[in-house]
Design a protein around this ligand. Structure first.
Ligand SMILES: [Zn+2]
Length: 170
């Protein structure tokens, strides 16, 4: 059986500084990549503006969802290394294409977002081991959550609309 290790217990080595604001790191134990902050941000502050590229009709483990059949890859590429957490410190605003700090962020903090905040049904569901007291365990997209649970998170307008439509259909 795989030994699951919490992100905070990993030993992260700095690979490179990206766009001054980010530290790309790799974990010694499992070669996982992670994106960390190279600056301080206050809750609510804009952290970064990104772009979309390679818009496709089906999701992959690297894409972010814009609409039912619209998924994009993140530009710049290093943003793909931002990991999931059930207690995230980043929100990905796919309308305005920017990252927003959900909490105060300090230099060296790992940047994480809640994957179901942008994804209705993910290409590669997984069992989360983020270690947060909010951990939702099964992460397969917003569709699998009860509305009252998913609505505790900041969600893209697309996901909010999908949650509303799904709860009406019940
Ligand atoms: Zn979790």
């Amino acid at each position: 059986m795989d030994q699951l290790i919490l992100s905070k217990d990993l030993h992260w080595d700095l690979i490179e500084i990206c766009d001054k604001k980010f530290q790309l790191k790799k974990a010694r134990e499992n070669n996982a990549n992670g994106l960390f902050s190279n600056e301080n941000f206050s809750a609510g502050e804009e952290v970064f503006q990104f772009n979309t590229k390679n818009i496709v009709t089906k999701p992959s483990y690297l894409t972010v969802q814009l609409d039912d059949h619209k998924h994009f890859s993140l530009d710049p590429d290093f943003l793909q290394y931002m990991n999931h957490s059930c207690d995230p410190n980043i929100f990905m605003d796919t309308d305005q294409l920017r990252l927003i700090a959900l909490k105060d962020i300090h230099v060296g903090d790992e940047l994480t977002f809640f994957y179901p905040s942008t994804e209705w049904e993910m290409d590669q569901p997984f069992i989360c081991n983020c270690g947060s007291t909010r951990c939702q365990q099964f992460i397969g997209g917003a569709y699998s959550f009860k509305p009252e649970v998913i609505l505790q998170y900041q969600l893209t307008n697309y996901i909010k609309r999908k949650v509303r439509e799904a709860s009406k259909a019940l």
